[in-house]
Design a binder for this molecule. Sequence first.
Ligand code: T5A
Ligand code: NA
Length: 223
Amino acid sequence: MAHRGPFVVIEGLDRSGKSTQAEALIKRLQDEKIPSKLIKFPDRSTPIGKLIDSYLRSESELDDHVVHLLFSANRWEVASSIVKDLQAGTLVLCDRYAFSGIAFSASKLKPDSPEPPLAYEWCRAPDVSLPAPDLTLFLDILPEKAKERGGFGEERYEKEEVQERVRVIFDRIGEEVESAGAGRWLVLDGGLDQEEVEKSIWAEVKPLTKGTTAPIQKLWDKT
Ligand code: T5A
Ligand code: NA
């Protein structure tokens, strides 16, 4: 059976260093002549992505349900091309994925109500059946440390108390990914120096670069 490329996702709180690490990893893969492709979510360049971008910059208001579905649609826009690339033997690396979609939406609160407006299960539903990553690297960082990094606070969710709630939901997602047996969820210390994080990521990704004959799984299909 032909080998397909591995599907790797980098997740984490805002400012945990995801994009820095995603770019470093892609460069490393290129240096090693391993075919790879980087996709960043949200992809702000598509028509749906432009609506998301305007919302994140607080230039527009959208109902919580609507924006959640837009984030998911923004992934479905490229889902089939992810599968195609994996089947062609390319390593696909995503900077954020469905897990951010659930964590940020399900952690929302309204000032006038103790109940979150979007339930966890509701948030998960639109991403069910997306291609499931083989490995998710979660960059863990304390929100108070993330806050000290450049650019924090410019966008909608970049507030320490929001990040605290998001972190709790990410923990739940990680446990569910691991127990569903569809892909690994690995927590790495994102608070270390950039080179240290790069090393720990490469140690996990390198063994995958030979490809796999395992079928591409579907996200949350059996839960
Ligand atoms: N969102 C996203 C949803 O609500 N639903 C969804 O479905 C999705 C996909 C924007 C928002 O959208 C939400 C989540 C977000 O709130 P985004 O476009 O990914 O998402 O956000 P960005 O602003 O691009 O990225 P982040 O804020 O998450 O930052 P990163 O990528 O984690 O961090 P990075 O690499 O840009 O680094 C941040 C700063 O820290 C420095 C960097 O130089 C930079 O200044 N840095 C380090 N400093 C010290 N030590 C290290 N190890 C460092 N690594 C990086
Ligand atoms: Na980023």
